[in-house]
Design a protein around this ligand. Structure first.
Ligand code: UD1
Length: 378
C-alpha cells in the first residue's frame, strides 16, 4: 500500500520522524511518500528538525509559505489536489492540528481517499483556537484515528465517531523524545556561547525556560504586554531562557515591547532546533509555555510546566503529569511559579503508552486495516 504522509509545521516534524522509521523497519510492505506543504519553511523552523531527527527529505514540497488562515489553507488545498491525482495513494496520513492537517485531509476525503489522523480526539473546547477547529474537522473526516490519551476516545465518541475507527496507541511525540534524549544539547554549552560571565554564573544556578506563540497570547497587544511584564518580574527570582517564535518576535517588534524583556537575566534566542530545546527543557527548573507539545514533553521529562492558557486539549498532562494550567492572570502565574520554586512542583507520572513505541503500534494497525480494506494490496 502507498501511504502519503503530510507534514507542514514544526510540531508535525517531531511526530513524523518515528512514523517514517517504523514504516521503514516494518516487515509489512508499506510504501511511504513524504510531502511537506511548506507552511513552515525557515531553516530554524524546518531544516533544523529534518536534519537533527534524520527525517528523509520530503519527496514533494508544495512551498505554500505564510498567509492568513484562509490563504494558507486554500493554497495548500489547491496545490495538494494534483499530487493526489498523480500519486493515487491508498491513504493520506496527517498529524496534529495545524492548517496543513485539515487542508490535506479535506482534499483527500473529497477524492475518496481514506484519511489517517495521528493525534486525534484532543479537545480544548475552545473554538477560538484555530487548532481546535482543525482538530474537530479532521477527526470528522478521518477513517483511522490514533489517540495519545484516553480522554480522546470519550471526546470522539461524543462527536458520533465510530469507535471501531479509533485506536489508542500512545504518543509519537514522546517516541521522538525518548529516542533522542541522550543526544540533547547541553544548555551549558549554549549559554557559554552566548552569555557574559556574570550571566553564566547566574544561569548555572538554574533557569526557567519560556516559550510563547499562541495567537490569543501574542496577537493581542494587551495580553502580550502583560505576559512580558510578568516574565520580567519572574526573571528577578530566576533567570529565564526565551527562544522566540517568529510570530512572537514580529508582535514584540510591532508593538515596541522590546524593553519589557531587556535584561541580563533573560536570554533571548531565535527558535531552537529539536535537540537544543530538548536540552533546555530537560535541565530547566520549570517551563512556562503556551505550546501543546511542551506540556506533553515536560510531563514525560518530569519537569514542572506552567501553561499560560485558560485550557488544555491535553488534560492528562495536568491530571497525571507535571503540568498546571494557570491562564494569563499575572497573580495566578506568580503564585504557581512561587509554589514550584518552594516545593519543587508536582511530581507526576508518565502516562500509559508514552513508552516510545507509539509509531510501531500505528504501523501495525495501518497494516491490518489495509489488509481488511484494500483488495489484497499488502
Ligand atoms: C503554527 C500552527 C500552530 C503551531 C505552530 C508551531 C496553525 C493554525 N498553527 O502556528 O498550531 O503550534 O505552528 O510553530 O497551523 N513564520 C516564519 N517562518 C516560518 C514560518 C512562519 O517567519 O518558517 C512566521 C510568518 O510570519 C507567519 C507566522 O510566523 O506569518 C505564523 O506562521 P503560521 O504557520 O501561520 O502559524 P504559527 O503561528 O507558526
Amino acid at each position: 500500500i502507498k501511504v502519503l504522509c503530510v507534514v507542514g509545521a514544526r510540531p508535525n516534524f517531531m511526530k513524523i520522524a518515528p512514523i517514517m522509521r517504523a514504516i521503514q523497519n516494518a516487515s509489512h510492505r508499506i510504501e511511504a511518500t513524504l510531502l511537506h506543504t511548506g507552511q513552515h519553511y525557515d531553516a530554524a523552523m524546518k531544516t533544523a528538525f529534518f536534519d537533527q531527527l534524520h527525517i528523509p527529505e520530503p519527496d514533494i514540497d508544495l512551498g505554500v509559505g505564510s498567509g492568513s488562515h484562509t490563504v494558507q489553507t486554500a493554497e495548500i488545498m489547491l496545490r495538494f489536489e494534483p499530487v493526489l491525482d498523480d500519486l493515487k495513494p491508498t491513504a493520506v496520513l496527517v498529524l496534529g492540528d495545524v492548517n496543513s492537517t485539515i487542508a490535506c485531509a479535506l482534499v483527500a476525503v473529497k477524492k475518496g481517499i481514506p484519511v489517517i489522523h495521528v493525534e486525534a480526539g484532543l479537545r480544548s473546547y475552545d473554538r477560538g483556537m484555530p487548532e481546535e477547529v482543525n482538530r474537530v474537522l479532521t477527526d470528522q473526516i478521518s477513517d483511522l484515528l490514533f489517540t495519545t490519551e484516553r480522554s480522546a476516545e470519550g471526546n470522539l465518541a461524543r462527536e458520533g465517531i465510530d469507535t471501531s475507527r479509533v485506536h489508542f496507541v500512545g504518543n509519537v511525540m514522546i517516541d521522538t523524545l525518548l529516542y533522542n534524549l541522550d543526544r540533547a544539547v547541553n544548555p551549558a554549552e549554549m549559554i557559554a556561547d552566548l552569555a557574559c560571565t556574570t550571566q553564566q554564573a547566574s544561569f548555572q544556578k538554574g533557569y526557567a525556560l519560556v516559550t510563547m506563540h499562541r495567537p490569543s497570547n501574542v496577537d493581542n497587544p494587551g495580553n502580550l504586554k502583560s505576559l512580558l511584564q510578568t516574565l520580567g518580574k519572574i526573571s528577578t527570582q530566576m533567570p529565564l531562557i526565551f527562544p522566540i517564535h517568529p510570530r512572537t518576535a514580529q508582535r514584540i517588534k510591532e508593538n515596541g515591547f522590546e524593553s519589557l524583556i531587556e535584561s541580563n537575566r533573560i536570554i533571548q534566542l531565535p527558535p531552537q532546533g529539536y535537540l537544543e530545546l530538548l536540552g533546555l527543557m530537560k535541565q530547566a527548573k520549570l517551563v512556562l509555555t503556551d505550546s501543546g507539545g511542551i506540556q506533553e514533553e515536560t510531563t514525560a521529562l518530569g519537569v514542572p510546566c506552567v501553561t499560560l492558557r485558560e485550557n488544555t486539549e491535553r488534560p492528562i498532562t495536568a491530571d497525571e503529569g507535571t503540568n498546571t494550567v494557570v491562564g494569563i492572570d499575572p497573580q495566578a502565574i506568580h503564585a504557581c511559579v512561587d509554589n514550584i520554586l518552594q516545593t519543587g512542583g508536582k511530581s507526576g507520572r508518565v502516562p500509559e503508552y508514552w513508552d516510545g513505541k507509539a509509531a510501531e503500534r500505528i504501523v501495525e494497525v495501518i497494516a491490518s486495516w489495509a489488509a481488511e480494506n484494500t483488495s489484497g494490496a499488502i
